[in-house]
Write a protein that binds this ligand. Sequence first.
Ligand SMILES: Cc1ncc(COP(=O)(O)O)c(C=O)c1O
Length: 360
Amino acid sequence: MAIPRVTATVDLSAIRHNLGRVRALAPQSKVMAAIKADGYGHGAVPVARTLAEAGVDAFAVACLEEAVTLRDAGIGTRIALLEGVLSREEALEAAALGLEIVIHDRWQLELLAGLAFETPLAVWFKLDSGMHRLGFPLAEAGALLKAALAQPQWRLQGWITHLACADDLDSPMTAAQIDAFKATMAYLPGARSIANSAGLIAWPQARVDWVRPGLMLYGASPLPGRTAADLDLKPAMQVASRLIAVHEIAAGETVGYGATYRCPETMRVGVVAVGYADGVHRILPTGAPVLIHGVRVPMIGRVSMDMITVDLRALPQAAVGDPVILWGDGLPAEEVATWAGTLAYELFCGLTNRVHYRYL
Ligand SMILES: Cc1ncc(COP(=O)(O)O)c(C=O)c1O
């Protein structure tokens, strides 16, 4: 039987624990768990099953296809399509699957208003409180309510807005967005939803009827300067490969493509069976850490498609076959992401279909 080169081990009990953290922070709020992008690379179906069993109130996905995957797997929980639908056909399929459609733009309103649905259609409106990505201007909320009430088959669920800078505790923007949204909502019926992970952790006033956490459910910190452990979040994913060669390379010789790393002394160099075709970012520089036997050792030279090379001087006992952790327990994805100039979100979503998944 083939041995998987790269394994992402996902601890579903960590995801349950992290949902508990959401509940503890926002006990009055319903939870719409963001499981788009295949559950942030953790596997949408097993994540959804875990969260559904734990009583999550709804899921948020980006598009119809992601919702169909969940329904096909027998997930009956409420599911909202964060970007709504792209066509009449999608709208009818979404309605038939009992999905909830977010309407973020006038063209979607017109598309849906022209359709007859056999069963009531659950809709949310997305309002733009300042991020200026998706959503109607706040000033149009009253007109949107009228438009919804004019459609007898629509069931207005509520109003969503999204925070641009919730991870920046010094930014005045978040409080301004929340205040503006709440002022608009004061006299309108329907549920309100503001907070992503950073919003619900750092901005108590954003914990309204619904919260929409994503990243924190997977056990990564959304706040720079605060670790997952600080926030009592448990990382759910560990990505590991193994050493497939260990060489002694002479002082002055170079390692890897472009000969970018020159050995300062005669040293042991390990080759790990993982590369950018698995989701290790090619931009990771010499010095970025991996974990072998619980010890951080630096990557050296360039990341190639299927391999990376590491400096084993700190680990004389390291041998072919030893496990190498790319991120997980002892090496937070947030830290690796910083080395790559990105966020844990992108590391998680960037794992490719070459990675073998194992669920605990
Ligand atoms: C509209 C919306 N709500 C909630 C989330 C969840 O955000 P986070 O993963 O930062 O908690 C996202 C993710 O990008 C989103 O786009």
